[in-house]
Design a protein around this ligand. Structure first.
Ligand SMILES: Nc1ncnc2c1ncn2[C@@H]1O[C@H](COP(=O)(O)OP(=O)(O)OP(=O)(O)O)[C@@H](O)[C@H]1O
Ligand SMILES: [Mg+2]
Length: 275
């Protein structure tokens, strides 16, 4: 997708989302977010439980629209009210659960075909179908997992890590403007998580995809990417560039959070890790 350099890949203006408005269950999940993400940015997003991180990604992916008045632009296009299936041309996603991003009864190549066709015109799909296999092999090879030789295997036979690696390829094969990762390594064992994180950085750097990655791992949030955003109660409360974050330790980050939010940092997964 073409992109004028000065134009942000993602622009959020006055984005809000309230669940169950006007009821006793009302939750203001996103409370006025204004953000710009530049081409090639790799933004890590951290925050306490229920801060609105997943809701923000869901809004960007078009799962539901923001409240009236809010605007979402991707590469200068107003996508605020675009249906989710039409968003596929703009965004690729990987979720926490390996079973969400892939269909286990379908083969690797069937999964890739579905991902590849998403958001494309039928004519184009036919033209590319002839070379599909070699394209899929080329996309899988850099993972170094041998998946390129298992194109006809059902995805249900893959490990969690292999499925997340495949999900990454599926999310990026159509060269979306934005890659959205929501704790995509959180369900994996530590060694596999490390491998999938390395693959993620490799794919993002190679394809130069603008990326937003939610993580509970503060080490990773500090180490990976060129920008770190912290969320709390539906708002962005801290926004650090590469230089600012490179100077911080995890405890600095927690102090910065507590200062900016006036609250204790409450993230069960981070506390579990520190135990
Ligand atoms: N579909 C939904 N219906 C009702 N409430 C929701 C829905 N999705 C999220 N919420 C609520 O919105 C708030 C923000 O949730 P969200 O899942 O975005 O937080 P999060 O930052 O991703 O948290 P976590 O770190 O636990 O994943 C929470 O209070 C949550 O309960
Ligand atoms: Mg979440």
């Amino acid at each position: 997708m073409s992109n004028v350099n000065s134009q942000p890949v993602l622009k959020l203006d006055g984005v809000r989302k309230t669940f169950s408005p006007g009821t006793v269950d009302e939750v203001v999940a996103i409370d006025g977010v204004n953000q710009e993400v530049k081409a090639g940015d790799f933004v890590t997003i951290i925050g306490s439980n229920g801060a609105g991180k997943s809701t923000l990604l869901n809004l960007i992916a078009g799962m539901f629209p923001p409240e009236k008045g809010g605007k979402i632009h991707i590469n200068g296009q107003d996508v605020t009210n675009l249906k989710e299936y039409k968003h596929a041309a703009y965004t690729g996603r990987v979720w926490q659960d390996p079973s969400v991003g892939t269909a286990k009864i379908l083969t690797i190549e069937e999964n890739l075909s579905l991902a590849f066709s998403r958001g494309k015109r039928r004519k184009l799909i036919h033209a590319i179908n002839r070379n599909r296999r070699s394209l899929f092999k080329e996309a899988l090879k850099p993972l170094g997992l041998g998946l390129e030789d298992r194109l006809t295997c059902p995805v249900g036979t893959l490990s969690g890590g292999q499925r997340q690696a495949l999900s990454l390829v599926m999310a990026t094969i159509s060269q979306p403007a934005l890659l959205l990762l929501d704790e995509h390594i959180a369900a994996l064992d530590p060694t596999t998580a490390k491998t999938v994180m390395k693959l993620t950085s490799e794919i993002v750097n190679r394809e130069k995809i603008t990326t937003l990655m939610v993580t509970h791992d503060m080490d990773i949030a500090l180490e990976v990417g060129n920008r770190l955003i912290m969320m709390h109660k539906g708002k962005v409360i801290l926004d650090l560039n590469r230089k600012a974050k490179s100077a911080l330790t995890i405890s600095d980050l927690i102090s910065a959070f507590e200062k900016a939010s006036g609250d204790k940092f409450a993230d069960d997964k981070v506390l579990l890790k520190a135990d």
